[in-house]
Design a binder for this molecule. Structure first.
Ligand code: MUC
Ligand code: MG
Length: 464
């Protein structure tokens, strides 16, 4: 096999890789071909363009005697032309403690549970993905255990041997046989994009047309359940230049108390920070009318999903009745919802969550609908680990204008980061991870420590 990084005289080594049924793709359009397994560059001077390679291959098929000169042989040609297939999809559940209780209107989180996916492809490449929800079954219709079961029982068998490079085909196939289950679909779809990016040696942002941002503004959620603690937390975040956008979780207490809590925090941070709130659907329309009036008087800039997701009429009334921006979150489950919400004027802003949308592709469609409707955009999170966060960042890096920034702080809420190289947060921004695929590599020790099943068969998911 080739030595990593070392250009080789290729033919013997390529045959070696070929024997192992490894597809040998091209590094990039203008570079020399390389082996995906060992990353060695195939010796070919001068390097061939993709067009040159294609011409060489077809020439070689007609003139096999010249194979030696081209450093190509029939096995190599066959291997190059082979379709990379989805070989194996594995899942695992991680339970990671949060740094403090995270008090939402419907649940208090002390642990975040993430479902990780690892896909092995027939050429030896791999992809990783994440599908995560919040608070078991209290936030939405999918639980971590349900996500895992949907993947293991239905999605994984359906995708076995599917063309790995045809992600649209894979998504369409899964949509035919699995209704709903958007978070489960997301976990698998992210792993497919990650694998494709790695095989092509490009970041996933490039597969979505190219990044236009290197970093994005990132909010922090104040949800300790105590105003004093929240104020101290906010002031520290501003002081250390980590966050100057705060989302306050309210909706659990009487509206009047919640408004007083928000007003205290806004008064403490003043103009140094933007203050917004998330009700997570807890208010009735009547509550929301009082709430929005009080919140905008207190200097709060945005209110997220004040009323139940299906109540578009109430959302429309609130959006048109107050100056404060009204953002849809739970109401947005994929492009169909996005269109219906936009049509009903039931939001000023979309919180676009990759997991709630059904994957990166579907999230990009939700973004397109918001853009076409002239709505504001915000990058939303399901409080994913670094893995899901990295995937979301790849997509949002390609989005021209995020009027309200993002909340991709999930890894910071966890006691441990599961990535070998954690995502960087500084100067009130989150940086788009560099590298190929989604730009994330798991830390095997952390995975072994936090996995629910206590280790064993899934060690492979950490790249071991
Ligand atoms: C939500 O509803 O927006 C996002 C940030 C946070 O603290 O909770 C989540 C869920
Ligand atoms: Mg929300």
């Amino acid at each position: 096999m080739h030595k990593p990084g070392a250009p080789q005289s290729a033919i013997a080594d390529l045959s070696d890789c070929a024997k192992q049924r490894i597809k040998v793709p091209w590094a990039s359009r203008n570079a020399a071909p390389y082996c995906v397994l060992c990353r060695a560059i195939v010796d070919r001077q001068p390097p061939l363009s993709l067009q040159g390679i294609t011409q060489d291959l077809s020439h070689h098929r007609q003139n096999p005697a010249q194979a030696g000169n081209l450093h190509l042989n029939e096995t190599f040609v066959d291997v190059v032309n082979a379709v990379t297939k989805i070989d194996q999809i594995k899942t695992m559940i991680l339970d990671i403690p949060t740094i403090r209780g995270h008090v939402l209107s419907m649940a208090t989180m002390r642990t975040q549970t993430a479902v990780l996916v690892k896909i092995k492809f027939s050429d030896g490449s791999e992809g990783i993905g994440e599908g995560t929800t919040i608070g078991g079954l209290s936030y939405g219709p999918e639980s971590p255990e349900g996500i895992q079961s949907a993947i293991d029982t239905y999605i994984s068998p359906a995708l076995k041997d599917h063309d790995a490079d045809n992600i649209n085909g894979a998504v369409q196939l899964v949509d035919k046989i699995v209704k709903g289950n958007r978070i489960a679909k997301t976990a698998v779809e992210i792993a497919l994009w990650d694998g494709l990016g790695k095989r092509l040696n490009v970041p996933v942002s490039q597969l979505f047309g190219g990044a236009v941002h290197e970093k994005l503004p990132v909010a922090w959620t104040l949800a300790s359940g105590n105003s004093e603690t929240d104020i101290a937390e906010a002031l520290e975040m501003i002081e250390t230049r980590r966050h100057n956008i705060f989302k306050l979780k309210i909706g659990k207490r009487p509206v009047r108390d919640d408004v007083a809590h928000v007003a205290r925090i806004k008064e403490a941070v003043g103009d140094a920070a933007s203050v917004r709130v998330d009700i997570n659907t807890a208010w009735s329309l009547q509550d929301a009318r009082w709430g929005l009036k009080g919140l905008q008087e207190a200097g709060c800039e945005l209110v997220e999903q004040p009323v139940p997701a299906r109540d578009r009429r109430a959302m429309a009334e609130l959006s048109s009745g107050y100056e404060i921006a009204v953002m849809a979150d739970e109401a947005l489950n994929g492009p169909e919802d996005a269109l219906a919400v936009a049509k009903a004027n039931a939001a000023d802003v979309f919180a676009v969550k990759v997991a709630q949308s059904g994957g990166l592709k579907r999230a990009s469609e939700v973004i397109a609908i918001a853009q076409a409707a002239g709505l504001g955009l915000y990058g939303g999170t399901m409080l994913e680990t670094g893995l899901g966060t990295a995937a979301a960042l790849q997509l949002f890096a390609t989005t021209e204008t995020l009027h309200w920034g993002t909340e991709f702080f999930g890894p910071l809420l966890l006691t441990e980061d599961i990535l070998a190289e954690p995502i960087v947060y500084r100067d009130f921004c989150v940086e788009i991870p560099k590298g190929t695929g989604i730009g994330a590599t798991l830390d095997p020790d952390k995975i072994a420590f936090f996995r629910r099943d206590g280790g064993g068969s899934m060690k492979a998911a950490a790249g071991q």
